[in-house]
Design a protein around this ligand. Structure first.
Ligand code: SP5
Ligand code: ZN
Length: 341
């Protein structure tokens, strides 16, 4: 299938994240995308460039001031006399005001970010915009009639919400793809998120909407990132009531339990009867992933691809996480190859 890729992803590189009490090089690295690109090219998928989709399309999903903040954050950090990496250090927790955005850069960072693992470096915005355009390009390809397309998005997106960023994510690529499909005429779109981590951003964006069904399988937030969203009792609100389905699974989950949850997720999508599907495709469910705790093996990824294809829907697959770099390419290619067959 067509796979949207651009080398612009590599401009987002060299950041540090706060991990277990230390500043360490971020797990989300450029070589992730290069291993995926190589595996997809070797498997015969056609690599295509993202289109110059107008930035106004971002505003279907994101707040305009948030987008401008992300674009300018690195320059502001340095023009306001700070050095090194742009990482927030204080957040509006319970009891603190979150109704106003402080004028200074440090307060603004804490206002918009929700963790300290998502650094902004000089090239971050270029890569973020290219990833968003990649996802929307894949959606355009499917809108124009291809049965499926894949976007090799880096940085990933599913933790980013309307006006918050975190979890290595800045703009929500999968939500942008879903909104693009709707804007081009699909009436109902389902998003299935198979990344190890809960897609809190996607959930928040579509929380009160009934034109998007959001279904997520993920590590139980009782112990797993992002900790503060992704519980089974979250089901949507207002018109969106019943249009969010969370299937948290315990750390250590292997294929049998995973497949049972995937069956539940696919059943709910069939009942919703969408006109298109977006897959938030993280492969950090892999047994050797350095920050996650499921036990899927390489042979399981083609099974996921085949089960997703069985839905028979026009499908946009969007890259999310996956940090076992040596195997990331074969795991992603495993999903796509089985899907295309
Ligand atoms: C897109 C994506 O996969 N983002 C993940 C961001 C995770 N960042 C914080 C990770 C903290 C993990 N806690 C360590 C558990 C080790 N078993
Ligand atoms: Zn993840």
């Amino acid at each position: 299938m067509k796979a949207v890729y651009t080398p612009l992803h590599a401009r987002h590189e060299g950041g540090f994240e706060l991990y277990r009490g230390q500043l360490v090089p971020t797990f989300e690295t450029p070589d992730r995308a290069e291993f995926i690109r190589a595996a997809l090219a070797a498997a015969g998928h056609e690599l295509v460039q993202p289109r110059e989709i107008p930035e106004s399309r971002l505003l279907g999903v994101h707040d305009a001031e948030f987008v401008e903040f992300l674009r300018g954050a690195y320059a502001r950090w340095h023009s306001e006399g700070r050095q090194g990496h742009v990482i927030p250090s204080g957040f509006p927790a319970r009891g603190l005001r979150r109704d106003r955005r402080p004028r200074g850069i440090s307060g603004s960072l804490g206002y918009y970010a929700f963790d300290a693992s998502t650094p902004i470096v000089a090239g971050t915005w270029d890569a973020v915009l290219a990833a968003a355009r990649s996802a929307m390009t894949a959606a355009a390809i499917v809108s124009e009639g291809e049965p499926a397309a894949y976007a090799l998005c880096r940085p990933p997106g599913h933790h980013a919400a309307r006006s918050t960023y975190g979890g290595y994510c800045y703009l929500n690529n999968a939500a942008l793809a879903a909104q693009y499909l709707l804007d081009e005429g699909r009436r109902r779109v389902a998003v299935i998120d198979v990344d190890y981590h809960h897609g809190n951003g996607t959930q928040e964006i579509f929380w009160e909407r009934d034109d998007v069904l959001f279904v997520s399988l993920h590590g139980d937030p009782e112990t797993e990132y992002p900790w503060f969203l992704g519980y089974a009792d979250e089901r949507g609100a207002g018109r969106g009531e019943g249009h969010t389905l969370n299937l948290p699974l315990p750390a250590g989950t292997g294929w049998d339990e995973y497949q049972a949850a995937l069956d539940t997720a696919l059943d709910s999508i069939r009942r919703y009867a969408p006109e298109a599907l977006v897959v938030s495709l993280g492969v950090d469910t892999f047994v050797a992933d350095p920050i996650s705790s499921f036990k899927l093996e390489g042979r399981h990824y083609p099974l996921i691809g085949a089960l997703l294809a069985d839905l028979g829907l026009p499908t946009v697959l969007v890259q999310e996480g996956g940090y076992a770099v040596a195997e990331i390419g074969s795991n992603v290619a495993g999903v796509l190859g089985a899907f295309a067959d």
